[in-house]
Design a binder for this molecule. Structure first.
Ligand SMILES: NC(=O)c1ccc[n+]([C@@H]2O[C@H](COP(=O)([O-])OP(=O)(O)OC[C@H]3O[C@@H](n4cnc5c(N)ncnc54)[C@H](OP(=O)(O)O)[C@@H]3O)[C@@H](O)[C@H]2O)c1
Length: 262
């Protein structure tokens, strides 16, 4: 099978790098207009082109990873070459019905919302499909994105929420980690050791919830001794608006998606 990724930017390149070692596609091709910055992908066995029409010809799967305002022009450019390919879009805020209006109502189209951890094969990818998508397409989508992390099939109406929690979420967690790391430096660790500790603590907490299927609050109960230092710190964080700031930030990102669509 042949995969073409249109838009080898941050996400498109990360997907190409992640998928190339998985032996799902015999050929992977990426495109962008200025190909100089991605010529290194050739060393990984990925074809790099600037001609979208040539790239999509005879592709089984076409993955669109350009900015929302670029998709209409690209669809007009490649529509005649798409053939029977499955189209997967990772573009934020462009609906399945919009994509069908650009490519044709009979086209099989999938929206996927991964995050940048896809380069490490640790993405969480939310997937919504149109009514033309077959069971085989869903199986192929499952094979692609489960090789790059975990995936969840969702209703399309939740795609904006998936964008915020699953994709923007990487940035929220990074900012949380930076703050925890800075706290670690203030109480005595050098920057490198602080980052090492914070990274493994975060990984340990995540794996604990994944493996035990417990609620975060019940894990908190296990480490909060009455009158102890953990509850003292946690309560101070809450007095300073920790949970509230996070929830308000998530909500603000969600409201801001409408601006991206325009
Ligand atoms: N980054 C994330 O975490 C993330 C997560 C989920 C979804 N998304 C979505 O994924 C999409 C891509 O995001 P990104 O962060 O990867 O953006 P990006 O780095 O700007 O990548 C977009 C790429 O599209 C290329 N491009 C533009 N016009 C093109 C054309 N006519 N033909 C071929 N390539 C073209 C650009 O390269 P040239 O200028 O050289 O052509 C650029 O490399 C966006 O819609 C974004 O909302 C991103």
């Amino acid at each position: 099978m042949r995969l073409t990724i249109i838009g080898a930017g941050n996400l498109g390149s990360a997907i190409a790098k992640g998928i190339v070692s998985k032996s799902i596609f015999a050929e992977i091709c990426v495109t962008r207009r200025n190909i100089e910055s991605v010529t290194y992908l050739k060393d990984k066995g990925i074809k790099v082109l600037s001609d979208n029409k040539e790239a999509v010809r005879n592709s089984d799967v076409i993955l669109l990873a350009v900015k929302p305002h670029q998709v209409k022009a690209i669809a007009e450019e490649i529509a005649n070459e798409v053939g029977n390919a499955l189209i997967i879009s990772v573009i934020t805020g462009v609906s399945l019905s919009e994509l069908n209006s650009y490519f044709g109502s009979a086209k099989r189209i999938i929206r996927a919302m991964p995050n940048t951890a896809i380069a490490q094969s640790e993405s969480l990818t939310c997937i919504a499909v149109n009514e033309n998508v077959t069971a085989e397409d869903k199986q192929l989508t499952n094979t692609i994105f489960s090789s790059l992390g975990e995936l969840v099939f969702i209703e399309e109406k939740l795609m904006d929420a998936a964008t915020v929690l699953g994709a923007c979420g990487i940035a929220y967690v990074m900012r949380f980690m930076r703050a925890m790391m800075q706290g670690g430096i203030q109480i005595g660790f050098d920057s490198k050791t602080s980052l090492h500790i914070v990274t493994q603590v975060l990984k340990g907490a995540a794996v604990m919830l994944q493996n035990e299927h417990t609620h975060p609050e019940s894990e908190i109960d296990k480490v909060t001794t009455p009158q102890g230092c953990t509850i003292a710190g946690l309560n101070e964080m809450e007095h300073q608006g920790f949970s509230s700031a996070l929830i308000k930030g998530i909500n603000t990102s969600f409201q801001a998606i409408d601006g991206i669509k325009k």
